[in-house]
Design a binder for this molecule. Sequence first.
Ligand SMILES: [Zn+2]
Ligand SMILES: [Zn+2]
Length: 266
Amino acid sequence: MSITHLGTGSRGNSTLIECGEQRVLIDQGFSGRQLEKRLGRIDLKVDDITAVLITHHHGDHGGGAGIVQRKWNLPIYCNTRTADELGLKNVNLFESLEALEFGSELAILPVPVPHDGADNVAFIASHRGERAAVVTDLGSWTEELSTHLRGCQHISLEANYDTARLWNGPYPYSLKERISGRGGHLSNDQSGEFLAEIVTDATRSIVLTHLSDKNNKPHMAESTVLHHIGEVFTGDIAISAQDGPDFSHHIGQSQLEYLPQRGLTL
Ligand SMILES: [Zn+2]
Ligand SMILES: [Zn+2]
């Protein structure tokens, strides 16, 4: 099983999970053309995708679900609220905590995530006892979420903002309050605190995702998170940029694989 972030951030999110013949996208917040380009960088076409799973209806996660359904006839999986908010028809509806099976080798479990005005879920992909989690857009976390994430071999988690940069930055006060609230996004510190609860010696790789352009910097996110987990975590930590894909993680291997640069223009 491998994980490749095609890009994460407020201008669009999509993450590819590959396992044997199965190629599942988690979120599709890009235009059809953007998705084609990003998949093209790893020698895939949109037609090669098996299914598209949507975490929640916000445009940067589900805004491109309609186009892949209409243009490429890809099957969409989401919950009822997300389908309603996005106006999607003919989707495969799932309930939280009911595993979705893709072929005989890949299962993906949706777990509820607190996020304002949305019925958001994290996804945990399992293959022969190895688990990889993709968790984004949460202002806080629940014991249930911690329990499911604890000991995953791979964890992709948002680290959205640096607290000082957010509060000293240009956003209006109401937006700062919303981002930092219990239903908003995780700060670098919160992401580190959450990871300290769920990382075990089974955890080999972490990717920090969905960094704010204005309120964060990759080195700040990485150093703040490592401050919280440095004692327990000896694996690989990387940052997913808005314009990916840059690397893939093969679950079970400790080193990430950098993708060759092919002159991608996004
Ligand atoms: Zn988002
Ligand atoms: Zn969101």
